[in-house]
Write a protein that binds this ligand. Structure first.
Ligand code: ADP
Ligand code: SF4
Length: 681
């Protein structure tokens, strides 16, 4: 299909100082859990983004010197020649598709604990380093001079690695941001005082970066439009204007990271717009900003209204590396829209290569050779029955059909989607339906797949169909017996008419207050059920053995807002507490530390402890003469939606294939037999 002419403006080249981006699609720096440790994995992933049409592709935050490392989080580095060599692989992969490569030079200051380098962290004043019980050193003038030299040297290495854009990074409370901040920088010397004084170091670094590489590379500045406390908007505007002559591109954001990186539960598309709309006018320079943009119409509006020059994206480029190409080809309805779950972000916290709920190929481009848009045709066309149309079954069915197989998908439910059918009714989770809807839409384009609703399958039904290959993607159900991480064999008294599962609550079971939700899962379901009930006006108590509401969602940058939401709604929050049993009209609470027990009223009880995989159909089909039989997704091991989609995808990729080797990157020790393999500075 030809491109809609209205979108032509998104495909205009735009100058960034001495370099020119081929279009306005700009992958901002984003963490990947790969960093300097996985250069080949990283280069392949970034190269795919360029192939998919992103005109600029950046690295993640890139440490300039061992005086700042972010272990246990993954980060890029430009400390030495070995780093230059690895980063050049990424630059080459990006350049191969005509895009510009950029890197974000980073010094964490007091936000880096330096677990790896064991160097003393540095900062404008001596405050606790990150969340560690040790402090950074207050930088004296010699330290400041040395920092400037390190930054300049790293900028030169970035150019050597083939970077087209080099960032000066003064946002997200890292070192240059710390100097800008009034509270973190109480200095009385020339690097403190008013905002203009506190910005002195930033000005020096910008000037030195420009001097070092500004003839060849665009100099970008990532900076917030407000202070750490969310105030200081006017003052910051003046600062941005004063810095403009030294900057080729402003990458602007706000101080509230929980909004910038907000999950879709709390933050919708384009949320930064009202805060950053002035920057272009104030600076007269090209501007990029993010906003989890997935709608081409919204992107168009951002550019035509003069808010930004580039559509900045991290998550939309992760969920769909081919988003620009799809707009270019008039295939907007094929865009695999980000759902805002932040599972991608979570894995940087684990130092594990990035993954994505919507895009199961993310992070697997080099490791497994998966391409997000291409899948090999099967050697022979087979008939496959997929039972279950949840995330696992839909992905498996779609990818098997794309490989050319004859696919039937059967689901017991009136509508496909599996767990998404009820989970997307939880407060704020409506966007997650995109996992289902994108797959249903793609399936509707294929002639070799049929979807059967209201088709509960027994083993005899399956065998009666005579389909040789069967995939059971039959999902899971929340347990009501209390089994989970706190009570491995359950709690006998939970067997009670007052006990409901989360699915039953959303399906409309009668819930009487006071309701007690016991969250032994620590992710979103428990807190979302509590919110759902509180919004219906019920008295709700939320009980968790963890120290915070929805503790695991700290990894997805949702914990603080989830916790605040329950408090705002008047939910009684009991942390570090278990529901140890039910008694007449009450729930027995137990402190996880002291064992002390207490009772609260409970007319209804919803345990969110663990799930039971629904594998009975699979077990009944075993040994019944099928050519192949597989069990995938939550039915095999209840997990994240991302796990289910990945399981469906992996099944389809491997279907009928020999075992494929998985590439692995790791450091190689210096050896007299392989003298060239280990690179020292
Ligand atoms: P996953 O996350 O692994 O995809 P879900 O729980 O989301 O799992 O989806 C499982 C789907 O399987 C549900 O829609 C459910 O209706 C369907 N299902 C379970 N058992 C059967 C069965 N015997 N016949 C047909 N559909 C089934
Ligand atoms: Fe979007 Fe979730 Fe994928 Fe991240 S993991 S890009 S938030 S869909």
């Amino acid at each position: 299909m030809p491109r809609d002419k209205r979108f032509d403006i998104l495909f205009e080249p735009v100058r960034i100082g001495p370099v020119t981006a081929p279009n306005r699609f700009y992958q901002v720096p984003h963490c990947t859990g790969m960093g300097y440790q996985l250069p080949a994995t990283l280069a392949a992933m970034r190269g795919i983004k360029a192939e998919g049409g992103w005109g600029v592709v950046n690295t993640e935050y890139c440490s300039i010197h061992p005086s700042s490392d972010d272990v246990p989080h993954s980060f890029a580095s430009l400390w030495d020649e070995g780093d230059v060599r690895n980063m050049a692989v990424m630059a080459d992969a990006v350049h191969a598709h005509g895009a510009l490569a950029g890197t974000e030079l980073w010094h964490g200051g007091m936000r880096a604990s330096n677990h790896l380098s064991r160097e003393v962290p540095l900062g404008p004043s001596s405050l606790p380093a990150s969340e560690s019980p040790w402090q950074c050193a207050r930088m004296d003038l010699d330290d400041i001079r040395r920092f400037r030299q390190w930054h300049r040297a790293a900028a030169l290495r970035a150019r050597q690695a083939g970077m087209d854009i080099v960032y000066v990074y003064a946002a997200h409370s890292y070192l240059l941001g710390q100097f800008l901040d009034r509270e973190m920088n109480p200095r009385s010397d020339e690097y403190g005082g008013t905002l203009m004084g506190r910005a002195r170091l930033l000005r020096e670094v910008l000037a030195e970066t420009r001097d070092a590489i500004g003839d060849v590379c665009g100099v970008a500045l990532r900076i917030e439009v407000d202070n750490e406390d969310g105030a200081g908007f006017e003052e910051r505007s003046e600062l941005l204007a004063s810095l403009a002559p030294m900057v080729d591109l402003f990458d602007v954001t706000i101080a509230d990271y929980s909004q910038e990186m907000g999950g879709s539960r709390f933050v919708k598309e384009g949320s930064l717009k009202p805060r950053i709309a002035h920057v272009k006018q104030v600076t007269g320079k090209p501007v990029v900003s993010v906003g989890r943009f997935t709608s081409p119409e919204t992107m168009l509006g951002q550019v035509t209204r003069g808010i930004v020059d580039f559509i900045g994206a991290a998550r939309p480029s992760i969920a769909d590396p081919f988003l620009p190409a799809k707009i270019a080809e008039g295939r907007e309805d094929d865009i695999r829209e980000c759902i805002g779950c932040n599972i991608c972000y979570a894995h940087n916290g684990f130092s594990a290569a990035i993954r994505c709920t919507q895009n199961p190929a993310m992070g697997e481009e080099w490791r497994r050779g998966w391409h997000p848009e291409r899948i090999a045709l099967a050697k022979s066309r087979e008939e496959v029955l997929v039972i279950g149309a949840g995330p696992a079954g839909l992905e498996a069915g779609l990818m098997l059909a794309r490989r050319g197989h004859e696919v039937k998908i059967a689901d017991a439910g009136a509508a496909p989607g599996g767990r998404l059918q009820w989970e997307t009714k939880l407060p704020g989770l409506a966007e997650w339906a995109r996992v289902r809807d994108w797959r249903l839409h793609q399936l509707s384009k294929l002639a070799n797949v049929e979807l059967f609703r209201e088709s509960p399958m027994t083993a005899e039904d399956v065998l009666g169909l005579g389909v040789p290959h069967v995939v059971a993607a039959t999902g899971s159900r929340w347990r009501k017996d209390g089994r989970g991480r706190s009570f491995r064999s359950g709690v006998a008294s939970f067997e009670d008419p007052r006990t409901l599962s989360p699915e039953e609550v959303i399906a409309g079971a009668e819930v009487k207050g006071p309701a007690v939700v016991f969250d032994d899962d620590h992710y979103y379901v428990g807190a979302a059920i509590a919110e759902h009930l509180a919004r219906r006006g019920l008295a709700v108590a939320y009980v968790t053995g963890a120290g915070k509401v929805a503790e695991w969602s700290a990894y997805t940058a949702e914990q603080a807002r989830t916790h605040a939401r329950l408090l705002e709604l008047g939910v009684a929050v009991h942390v570090n507490t278990l529901v140890a049993g039910l008694t007449a009209g009450a729930a027995r609470l137990r402190c996880v530390f002291s064992g002390r027990e207490d009772e609260i009223a409970a007319e209804c009880f919803i345990p969110v402890t663990s799930r039971e995989g629904q594998d009975s159909l699979y077990q009944a089909l075993k040994g019944r003469g099928l050519t192949s039989l597989s069990l995938i997704g939550d039915a095999r091991a209840p997990g994240l939606i991302a796990h289910a989609v990945y399981a469906g995808h992996k099944l389809a990729r491997g279907f009928g294939e020999d075992e494929v080797a998985v590439n692995r990157e790791r450091a190689l020790a210096p050896s007299s037999r392989h003298p060239g393999d280990f690179i020292t500075p």
